[in-house]
Design a protein around this ligand. Structure first.
Ligand code: ADP
Length: 242
């Protein structure tokens, strides 16, 4: 079980999780993905899983996960319609998370990704303490404000004794399609610097690429839609590093 976390929202954590999961499935691994972002599930949209259509159950009352691009998926977004908020307090959240891990008919898996919501709250603690995580990956954009908060996430994982598998720098440099010049819109290199200063692995950097937005919105992750693109190759080398 590998948790993918981030200090704050919008840094591309779910996009990274979806692409890494599909990349590992393309390489022949048996991959599951728990969308643990119960309040803001974005994995179904990114993997083209319809929302508001509760999955079927086995005869032993386990939920059958939906398979998308070779990945078995469970998400709150599958249980509720797109415009319906998940309104619930802590104990209910804990119940759902435990169900997503233990009451789903995952079968044999090589890796189960947990796409955590941003921050260091209830959901992160519940998962870190209730399940034997192999480790956590922290996603951050390269600018200071994001990295400072990512550092807090790293410290939380240390406190709850979850090994840090590494840091991924996302949205790292944009290559102009006309002239080829690279602009570091959110700066560059911060992910590697923070990894070195905290003594944890730096797993790699993913460029800022509008094709990632389009593929995420269309439900076809970039590693499938454009497997030869530089961004897809960045995901591949991060998957290898994991
Ligand atoms: P988070 O899970 O951290 O909140 P998301 O994965 O939902 O972030 O991504 C936020 C937005 O940024 C989405 O619109 C997504 O398509 C976009 N995005 C993520 N990574 C990149 C990237 N490397 N280049 C361009 N857009 C990206």
């Amino acid at each position: 079980m590998i948790a993918i976390s981030s200090g704050k929202g919008g840094v591309g954590k779910s996009t990274v999780t979806a692409n890494l999961a599909v990349m590992l499935a393309r390489q022949g691994l048996r991959v599951g993905l728990v969308d643990a972002d119960l309040y803001g599930p974005s994995i179904p949209g990114m993997l083209g899983v319809p929302s508001g259509q509760p999955p079927a159950m086995t005869s032993t009352k386990k939920v059958i996960p939906t398979e998308a691009h070779g990945v078995k998926v469970i998400s709150m977004g599958m249980l509720t319609a797109d415009d319906k908020p998940a309104v619930m307090r802590g104990p209910m959240v804990t119940k759902y998370l435990q169900m997503f891990v233990t009451q789903v008919d995952w079968g044999e898996l090589d890796v189960l990704f947990l796409d955590l919501p941003p921050g260091t709250g209830d959901i992160q603690l519940t998962l870190a303490q209730a399940f034997p995580l192999a480790g956590a990956v922290v996603v951050s954009t390269p600018q200071d404000v994001s990295l400072k908060i990512a550092r807090r996430g790293l410290r939380m994982m240390e406190q709850v004794k979850v090994p840090i598998l590494g840091i991924i720098e996302n949205m790292s440099g944009f290559t102009c399609p006309s002239c080829g010049e690279v602009t570091h819109i959110f700066h560059q290199g911060g992910g590697r610097t923070i990894a070195e200063s905290m003594g944890v692995p730096f797993l790699g950097a993913i460029p800022l690429d509008p094709a990632i937005v389009d593929s995420g919105d269309s439900g076809e992750p970039l590693v499938n839609a454009a497997p030869d693109s530089p961004a897809a190759q960045a995901y591949a080398s991060i998957a290898d590093a994991l």
